[in-house]
Design a protein around this ligand. Structure first.
Ligand code: SF4
Length: 353
């Protein structure tokens, strides 16, 4: 994955794929309805200067507590809402310039699968009609679109002969999520955003859907943006991980690096809260205490400092930059502990939370 500051659609070195998606300095601040009479207008800092890129054919997992900005980031990428600032580059082209047919084509290439499998489906359409709907809108003749829909239903594990004419209420949650995946595939997308797509499924069904997603990624060269609060499933599906806290990226890098050599106290606390079967992966850090601060008025300096066991005076004075970890060029963290010039008394020491 490119560094935040180097995020660029230029070819990457070392034979790695080019980025399909590059996000630069993305911001979204929601106005607070009741800002108080006569006072300054207040804003929720939902996404506050987010940078990342996703190489073609790879999965970037985005993790963080509820309200950290991961789902808002996904919606901004999909242009479901306008950003206040920042830019998106998709397959080498600036998304802001997309209009008309170009924008329609972008929307075809980028599909989303949401957590609520039932709300995502039209209760009046059969399963086959749902999957065929997108291609028909894009000009595919009805008979051909229905044939493709049946093939896709078979591919996602729903026997078309049995399921094609059923309605959403006749299916289980796992079956409905397979329909949503088939519907996304019907558009022949390049990027699929999975926003807590397996969170509502029980564990055995979740494992089946995750395996299906891995197979489809390999078969079709899909790129995933996988948003989840579950660090186990993120570890299973992702090539890269991005950890968000209060609207900002605080750590990012290759999945095995992040899970094996965590560089930020927040990530370490998140991982310590996840029971692991592997003793080598267990951390000694304390689970997270307290709640995230008010996103209307984030703390000065490091936004994690009120909950951080390693906080020092410098953490209130200066916000840490997202910087490369020494000796790990694809691994970045925003913490003064990783910068010997930061003034933090423990900076540069062996990391422990
Ligand atoms: Fe903790 Fe300071 Fe690092 Fe923030 S910058 S995570 S407060 S040590």
């Amino acid at each position: 994955m490119n560094t935040p500051s180097q995020a660029s659609p230029a070819p990457e070195r070392g034979g790695r794929p080019q980025p399909l998606l590059v996000v630069r300095d993305l911001k979204k601040h929601f106005p607070v309805r009741d800002s108080g009479f006569g006072g300054p207008r207040k804003f929720v800092h939902a996404v506050d200067g987010v940078n990342f890129s996703v190489p073609k054919g790879k999965t970037l997992g985005i993790v963080g507590e509820s309200g950290c900005g991961k789902s808002t980031t996904a919606r901004l990428v999909a242009r479901l809402m306008p950003a206040d600032a920042g830019s998106l580059i998709f397959d080498g082209e600036g998304v802001a310039e997309f209009r008309g047919l170009h924008l329609k084509e972008f929307r075809r290439k980028l599909q989303m699968v949401f957590q609520d499998s039932f709300a995502s489906l039209n209760p009046r359409l059969t399963i086959a009609e749902t999957v065929a709907y997108g291609p028909r809108v894009h000009g595919t003749p009805a008979a051909k679109a229905m044939q493709q829909a049946r093939e896709l239903l078979d591919r996602v594990g729903l026997d078309a002969a049995n399921f094609a004419n059923r309605y959403p209420h006749e299916l289980s949650g796992g079956q409905r999520q397979r329909v949503n995946i088939a519907r996304a595939l019907a558009y022949d997308p390049q990027l699929v955003i999975l926003d807590e797509a397996v969170a509502a499924l029980d564990k055995s069904v979740q494992a089946q859907v995750l395996n299906l997603l891995q197979e489809l990624k390999a078969e079709r060269g899909l790129t995933y943006l996988f948003i989840s609060h579950d660090l186990h499933v993120v570890h299973y599906l992702s090539d890269y991980v991005m950890v968000m806290y209060l609207g900002q990226v605080i750590e990012t890098g290759p999945v095995e690096r992040i899970y094996g050599h965590t560089a930020h106290p927040y990530t370490r606390a998140l991982l310590s809260a996840v029971p692991s079967m592997d003793p080598a992966r267990r951390t000694e850090a304390s689970p997270l205490a307290g709640d995230p601060p008010n996103p209307i008025n984030p703390p000065s300096g490091c936004r994690f400092r009120d909950r951080c066991p390693r906080a020092h005076a410098v953490c209130a004075d200066r916000a840490p930059e997202l910087a490369a970890i020494h000796g790990a060029p694809e691994h970045f963290a925003a913490c003064h502990l990783n910068d010997t010039a930061s003034g933090h008394p423990d900076a540069g020491q062996e990391f422990s939370a």
